[in-house]
Design a protein around this ligand. Structure first.
Ligand code: NIG
Ligand code: FE
Length: 421
């Protein structure tokens, strides 16, 4: 597939030229799995892409107007804005002492059992106002944007009361309106069993399903529903209850599955037709094969294995099933205090043996699929949002190959320059 014919394209209000390459992440285009256009250019109108092609074709293919904005790409590489499909961005407090404890040999689960872990962040988050949660999360979002993230999923799950879960989701909504990164919220009331329900997990699930869920959907505060399906937290049966109730209320399921033990989360995701099953560090390949058949995206979060010092998910075995693999940060104060998706790609390649192409698709097109947003974001294709990262690199592979530094120079969100270094 080559450039779009001029006749069909509306006039551009933005044209970006002088790009070393445009990495479209459009597998239907020629130029390998990433649909790379060397010496490419792109054109947009009202925040959506109207044309991508070789700059030499721009004059013939694209209609410009006197007030069309021309942006000089400075010989940089253009990529789709990154899509972070799994984060716990909104929280109060921090847990750097757990990070230190793990270095002395404590495990994530031991720390959680001793009163640290999710419940310590629940304490801090319950004590914070919505204003405070917004003020804490705003600079984190700024960091994500400067590292190329233009779309982000954000979970609740540190409130664990109806009022505190709503407070978190209202903070997420306000954050979406206050800054350029596009936010999509997930209700994760079943993230942990709070102290006041200790030993009464089913009663807590009753509260999640009977009270929290209607309160959240009644206010239209979330698009997705999540549950921490894990030994000692929520069983497969309890997770199924929460996810099915969420689905009946219009929320799509994307959930924490098989993170620490092979509980059957992957199989559950396939059975209920989830949008994504996330983590899968311990998932059975058989379960992932069923996910592939059911069209469920596998969202792998290597930052968590990296940060906790655990073995990585067997990405190659999963990819061999044909399942779509997304990569996300899992940004949270306990298990993955990082949101740089360039570094996540490096981990995917060097530790999980994904190809650099698979890694880039993981944080773009497949991240979008993990959020059900593939019609709008995740690739540089006519009709999608003009969400673009401009990187100062000799070629796109340097974005993850030269690791631990930020290559992003500029970010466009819906055709607007929203970050420039
Ligand atoms: O994805 N596993 C559950 N949730 C997070 C950890 C959250 C926390 O430790 O605060 C995760 O790893
Ligand atoms: Fe998580």
């Amino acid at each position: 597939v080559s450039a779009t014919p001029a006749a069909a394209a509306p006039p551009a209000d933005l044209v970006v030229t002088n790009l070393r390459e445009v990495v479209t992440c459009d597998p239907s285009r020629s130029g390998g799995p990433l649909g790379i256009v060397p010496g490419g250019a792109l054109a947009a109108r009202e925040g959506r892409i109207v044309w991508v092609g070789p700059e030499a074709r721009l004059g013939a293919d694209v209609t410009v107007e006197p007030d069309t904005e021309w942006m000089d790409g400075d010989g940089q590489v253009a990529l789709p804005g990154f899509v972070d499909s799994h984060t716990h961005l909104v929280f109060a407090g921090s847990r750097e002492e757990e990070y230190a404890l793990r270095a002395r040999g404590a495990s994530y689960q031991e720390i959680a059992a001793a009163g640290g872990g999710i419940l310590s962040t629940v304490c801090a988050t319950r004590a914070a106002s919505a204003d405070e949660l917004v003020a804490l999360a705003l600079p984190r979002l700024g960091r994500a944007l400067e590292h190329g993230t233009t779309t982000m999923e954000v979970k609740s799950g540190y409130g664990l009361t109806t009022a505190d879960e709503i407070k978190m989701l209202e903070a997420a909504r306000r954050l979406g309106a206050l800054q350029p990164v596009e936010i999509h919220a997930t209700f994760c009331g079943a993230h942990e069993v709070p102290d006041e329900y200790k030993g009464r997990t089913d009663a807590y699930v009753d509260l999640v399903v009977g009270e929290m869920l209607p309160a959240v959907t009644g206010r239209r505060l979330a698009e997705y529903v999540d549950v921490f399906c894990e030994a000692g937290v929520f069983s497969v049966a309890q997770a199924r209850r929460v996810l099915e109730a969420g689905a009946r209320a219009g929320l799509r399921a994307k959930f924490h599955a098989d993170e620490f033990v092979p509980l059957g989360g992957a199989e559950l995701a396939a059975e209920i037709g989830a949008l994504s099953a996330d983590h899968l560090l311990c998932a059975r390949v058989e379960g992932v094969t069923r996910m592939k058949a059911a069209g469920v995206t596998a969202a792998l979060l290597p930052g968590t294995a990296f940060f906790l010092g655990l073995p990585y998910a067997p990405a190659r075995a999963f990819l061999d099933t044909g399942v779509r693999v997304a990569l996300a940060s899992d940004f949270n104060p306990g298990s993955s205090m990082g949101l740089n998706l360039q570094l996540v790609m490096t981990m995917a390649v060097s530790q999980m043996k994904m190809s650099p192409e698979e890694a880039l698709l993981g944080v773009t097109l497949h991240g979008a699929a993990a959020m059900g947003l593939e019609a709008d974001v995740g690739s540089l294709v006519r009709g999608k949002q003009c969400d673009v990262v401009l990187a100062a690199v000799p070629n796109w592979r340097f974005v993850s190959y030269f690791y631990g530094v930020n290559h992003v120079q500029r970010v466009l969100k819906r055709g607007r320059l929203v970050f420039e270094r």
